[in-house]
Design a binder for this molecule. Sequence first.
Ligand SMILES: [Zn+2]
Length: 130
Amino acid sequence: MEPIAKKWYDHLAEGKIMATKCKDCGAYTFPPLTVCRECRSRNLEWVEISGEAQLIMFSSTILPAKKFASLAPISYGLVKLKEGPCFFTKIEGVKCSNAEEIRKENESLPAPVRAEIKNVLGMNIVVFRK
Ligand SMILES: [Zn+2]
């Protein structure tokens, strides 16, 4: 069987952000796993997500590890996909350089965000943009 991580990155290279959807209970699992997050079934199919989500809360780091210093400030937050799954991920398009900016942005939440594929340090990752 093809490793799940390879399949995930192959889809990103094609511009597709995928989840696994359970054929037994209908739940989406994101990021994709080999088992359903709701019922543990392995009877899954790969489906492209809408990319629509809600940003619930976020924060940022102004002092990342040295390797990631050029990316600072790095924002990350709790996102709930339209399809159901809720997870922490990288957030773009928010003001996050200091505590006051982060506090003000959080007062406007929840707010819609949209998934996009971004190449960071040579690797495709999924970020959510406000
Ligand atoms: Zn299921």
